[in-house]
Ligand binder design. Sequence first.
Ligand SMILES: Cc1ncc(COP(=O)(O)O)c(C=O)c1O
Length: 419
Amino acid sequence: MSELASESLDTVRERVAEHRQGDASGMWDWLLVRAAEREAAGLRRRLWTREAGHALVDLAGNDYLGLSGHPRVRAAAAAAVATWGVGSTGSRLVTGTTAEHTGFERELAAFLGAEAALVFSSGYLANLGLVTALAGPEDLLVSDALNHASVIDACRLSGARRAVVEHCSPLAVDRALTAAREFQPYRRAYVLTESVFSVDGDVAPLAELAAVCRRHGAALLIDEAHGVGVHGPGGRGGAYAAGLAGAPDVVLTVTLSKSFGSQGGVVLGPRAVIDHLIDTARGFIFDTALAPASVAGARAALELLRQEPMLAERVHANALRLHELATEAGLPATAPSGAVTSVVLGRAERTLAAARMCAEHGVRVGCFRPPSVPDGRSRLRLTARADLSASDFARVSTVLHRIPAQLVQTNAGRGLDNI
Ligand SMILES: Cc1ncc(COP(=O)(O)O)c(C=O)c1O
């Protein structure tokens, strides 16, 4: 049985409750019940087929600088395939590292002012590898309440003690570090934050967080996934903008899947940290290296960003324009610090309906529902790209004005999703 269409949900629930060991045929019925519950709450996620050369205005992707299809990025990736083949053939510790990997690490570290860098096969793995290699059960992790799932998972997997603190609050971080020291001393402490937050697009108070960390002897781990390429001087990210480039107590993670238009992740920081990761990070050691073509594409994108620092400013200007259009359409949009502005609509099923309506009228927007955001905080996410045109903005404006007012008003004042 793959759908519940022929039976009522209650019938299946009863069957699941009575399911006996040894009856293999009903093994997965409980998943159908869960799926039906998510359906009712507007929380189903469905795969769909993307056509090449899409006609929609894409405000859902993360290709901030519009470089994933840039001729020089494509050519660099194609040349790497011609030289190295498609796959990387193994872990870098087993089948060796390519000049693409080491060249890119050197160039990105120089761009961001870090001592050293290490490429992982995704940003998710970079966070997992970093945190689990640095922290264990005797350590304390102080994590912003709105950190990305990869940071949350990294904290959980490390087995370290965790304090989840109020969003963007150096005071809350200070209190968590002080309280932990008083009541249950820790060996080492790490504070984890994004530089530009993925969902609301706001910027963390990095200079203040770094000052708190220094008072407590803690290290600051900054996820720059949404910072590098779109924020700070020439797109050098939040840490650079806050004067933290090359700081001995700061470590960065970066994804190559957004501004760099490719795939992969990178950890950047002091040489000692990078050497420790090569020796101990399981997400580096036990994972096949990032494909040379992905590294070469990201390397070409970095070169373009260095040559055209205005790209970063253009993304931000376009994000401000999206924010303006949403506000003109009467939508409650968050002020963007990087590429992202969010329109919080509250309930999941209504947000999904609004996102579908936008797609039907030619604009694809991100639809963020639990568990990506807390209950009652579902939102449309509008992501700017450097290459949005005047006609793209005109289409976006028309579509945003079509979002029915009751979708916004009905949710005003509602605390939680009704799920
Ligand atoms: C803040 C943040 N960190 C990490 C990641 C993971 O990066 P990747 O897609 O390269 O695994 C993402 C991706 O969405 C992200 O938004």
